[in-house]
Ligand binder design. Sequence first.
Ligand code: PBG
Ligand code: ZN
Length: 324
Amino acid sequence: MSQRPRRLRVSRQLREVVCETRVHADQLIQPHFVLDQESGVEAIPSMPTIDRMGRKEVLKRIEKDLELGIRSVMIFGLAGGARKDNEGTAAQDADGCVPKVVGELKKAFGSDLVVMTDVCLCAYTDHGHCGVLHEGRILNDPSLDLLASTALVHAEAGADVVAPSDMMDGRIGAMRSKLDSNGFDDVAIMSYAVKYASAYYGPFRDAADSAPAAGDRKTYQMDPRNSREALREAALDEAEGADFLMVKPALAYLDVIAKVRAASSLPLAAYNVSGEFSAVKAAVAQGWLDEAAVVSENLHAMVRAGADQIITYHAREALAGAWL
Ligand code: PBG
Ligand code: ZN
């Protein structure tokens, strides 16, 4: 036999030499659920090790995570029940949950930390949808200005990257022009360009209290059976001015990550979503899976498929435990 693939697998050292895919701390983005209060910690039962935190605890945790090498965070704001209405008005409050914590993060960590903010209305609307609801329909164009204004208050507070997750048509263009006309032409947009109507978001909706009160998100998020459509979504967002594209969820959509990777030269993020995280945690708790090995395999698979960044709830433990 002239070709023996096993020759390159004989030792750990040689396997490292020929390894094709590496995952580095700089690529990982840790999500945070921020309560609209100065202090406090609430566990999220369906997401072990992930908490809802007040600003004080968020700052402390991020400071520790920086020592592990986590330089990027994705901030999710939690409105609190009393402040929700049809238009998600609290999302545009310059003194709201996200702008407050972003301001404190920038003050504490400056450019050492890349602050990304999720831009959506669903945690702030009383009906739990990502846009304005009228007679049972989610209205596209009336939602655009609300989303753009939300991105603007995040930018004014100091966000480096705004990440719209709503899936309204035209939101990247609306946001880009709103940011530019207010002097924030250097604030980047990470578009949740290819976001599927997935059952894997369940634990997140518990955490953010953002499940739709009625109906589902299928009139705005993508059908999981489609992948050519992903290329249309990605191309539109790129044309409208997105700086990063994202595919979400990650594991059931590795083919889509590979396709979008081939079609665009923009940085491409994969969102390793809550349900993917919780499924691993649940199996590990039963003693059915080896957490370090499975998380390493999953994160490498995302990068191997073509992701440049990974938003993952596993980031902290993966780095602290040297799982990668
Ligand atoms: C809000 C938003 C969701 C997620 C990120 N931003 C939930 C949804 O669209 O229902 C999901 C993240 C996760 O499951 O980890 N639009
Ligand atoms: Zn939403």
